[in-house]
Structures are given as C-alpha cells and as structure tokens.
Design a protein around this ligand. Structure first.
Ligand code: ADP
Ligand code: MG
Length: 279
C-alpha cells in the first residue's frame, strides 16, 4: 500500500470576480486543482514542480490537513487526511520561527505537543541542531542567524518530533544559490539517514532533478499531474555530489525532459491569460 494517495483530488475556490458577485446564481468558482492522482511510497523523495500559481501550495496544504479537498480524497497510510497531525512536519518558504526564542528554544517548542519531558526536549533539540550542522548556535535568536541557518532550524524543528512525512513548500526559494545548493545536499543526507517520506515543492527544474527520485510535473489552470518523471542519476553512494552530479549527462537529460514538459505549460498559461484579457 502506498504511503500517500491523492485520489481524484479537486480543490476549487470561490472567485472574487465583481461581475459574478451581483448575481448569486451565477457565482463562479476557480478550480485550482482538478482531479489530482498521485501515489507516494514510504521513504520516497518526491518533488512536485510546476509554474507559479499552478496549485503546488494548495496541494501541500491539503496533504498537511490545513485545508480540505472540494472532492476526492487524500489517504495517509490508508486513512483519509482530516486535519493536521504530528505524523506530518511542514517547512514553509519563509522561516516560520518564533523570534523571541533561541534556535534551541524553537526546536523545543515543536516538541511541546509530544508529551516529552523538559530534559528530553532539550536533548532531542540538541541532537537535531547537530543533524543540521548548527551545533554551537543553540543560543542564537532568529535575527542573529543567516537565512540558510534559519531554514536549517525550521527543518530541525520539523524533524525533531519524528514525523513520518516531511512536507516542504519551496523551502530554499528565498536563499542565495550557494546556500541553496548546500542545503539541498544536506537535505538529501538527512533523508538518507532518517528514511523519511519527503514531498518537496519547487518551481526550480534543477532543484527538482537534483533532489527527487520522482518528479511530478503539474500543469496550470487547472492544476493537473502532467507526468511523473523517474529520476535516475546513478549511484549517489559512490560519492558523486554537487558539481559532479549536476554536470552529468543523466542530469542534463532529465533537466531537458522536465523543462520541455514545463515549457509547454508556461506557453499554454500565457495563452490563457491573453484570451482572458481579450474577453
Ligand atoms: P503555487 O503554489 O503553485 O504558486 P497556489 O497553490 O498558491 O499556487 O495557488 C493556485 C491558484 O489558486 C492560484 O491561482 C491562487 O490565486 C489560487 N488560490 C490559492 N489559494 C486561494 C484562496 N484561499 N482563495 C482563492 N484562490 C486561491
Ligand atoms: Mg506556492
């Protein structure tokens, strides 16, 4: 049985279109996601890639239990998702850290709902700060940390309460290229060490190819799964990381494949916009 199943998931939002507001019987809805089918196995690293506005965050919010599907269902270990839970950790693009707590305090905070004692919380928080390479920064407050460090704290906080699934919504998008690449390497290492199921959202093709075992390409308006691409970059265990891997022919081939799928989509979205303006 798959760990996560999206089964014909549709999400619509009411439109705020003035034309439609006067006439209630003519109320329109905007379809953000339309019939999403996607299966994710336990321990898999799946990347969801698509143009801006195609419904990636909507999809992740549904899986996080922050919103509910309009129709269809999402199963986690065979059970429908009905709300948020400690079985899923979420990392957002902006560091959602508490500014008045230290790095250690932010991670401890995530453990307060688990029933761990104060001492256990501190021990575990230290262990996870170490896992993300922040030993020595326990007592710094978020404003005393770089963007990359803050995002490391956010990742450590999400991992510390040991969720089965890590949900990440463009977590590295606000970082500079070098920091982003080193965090990508770190995330892959953490994934290999912890065996978590990871669902990672991005609009970056290179990031998708570098991180994903499977890359789900989402079309826009309405969002649908266009294709699921399996990425095989050979045996990473041989030590090829970073530059080596990114300059390999397999990497280039996958990047081109996904680029082509997305390029069609961006062109189609532009066309749709033009038609709308003309109406
Ligand atoms: P992405 O994360 O891929 O950029 P989103 O999932 O944020 O896209 O949004 C998909 C579409 O749904 C966008 O057109 C957005 O404007 C719309 N949308 C998202 N959330 C809401 C909401 N709460 N109400 C109305 N429209 C929304
Ligand atoms: Mg988004």
């Amino acid at each position: 049985m798959a760990k996560i199943v999206f089964d014909s998931v549709t999400k619509t939002f009411p439109t705020k279109d003035r034309k439609n507001r006067r006439n209630r019987s003519n109320r329109q809805e905007f379809t953000a996601l339309d019939g999403i089918d996607l299966e994710i196995e336990a321990g898999e690293f799946v990347v969801v890639v698509g143009p801006s506005g195609c419904g990636k965050s909507t999809l992740l919010d549904l899986l996080g239990g922050l919103t509910r599907p309009t129709s269809g269902r999402i199963l986690l270990d065979g059970e429908p998702v009905t709300g948020p839970g400690l079985d899923r950790g979420i990392v957002f693009q902006q560091y959602a850290l508490l500014p008045w707590r230290t790095a250690l305090g932010n991670i401890e905070f995530g453990l307060e709902a688990t029933g761990a004692t104060r001492r256990q919380r501190t021990e575990r928080a230290r262990e996870f700060l170490d896992l993300v390479g922040l030993t020595g920064f326990e007592d710094r407050h978020p404003h005393e940390l770089s963007g990359g460090m803050r995002q490391r704290v956010a990742i450590a906080r999400s991992l510390a309460y040991d969720p089965d699934v890590l949900l990440m919504d463009e977590p590295f998008a606000a970082l500079d290229a070098q920091t982003r690449e080193s965090l990508q390497d770190e995330l892959r290492r953490i994934w290999q060490r912890t065996g978590k199921t990871i669902v990672f959202i991005t609009h970056g093709i290179e990031e998708a190819v570098y991180l994903g075992q499977k890359v789900a390409v989402i079309t826009s308006r309405p969002g649908r799964v266009k294709e699921v691409v399996r990425v095989d970059l050979g045996d990473r265990a041989t030590g090829a990381t970073g530059e080596d891997l990114r300059s390999s022919t397999e990497f280039a081939r996958h990047r081109h494949e996904i680029w082509t799928l997305l390029h069609d989509e961006v062109a189609r979205a532009r066309q749709l916009e033009k038609e709308e303006v003309a109406v």
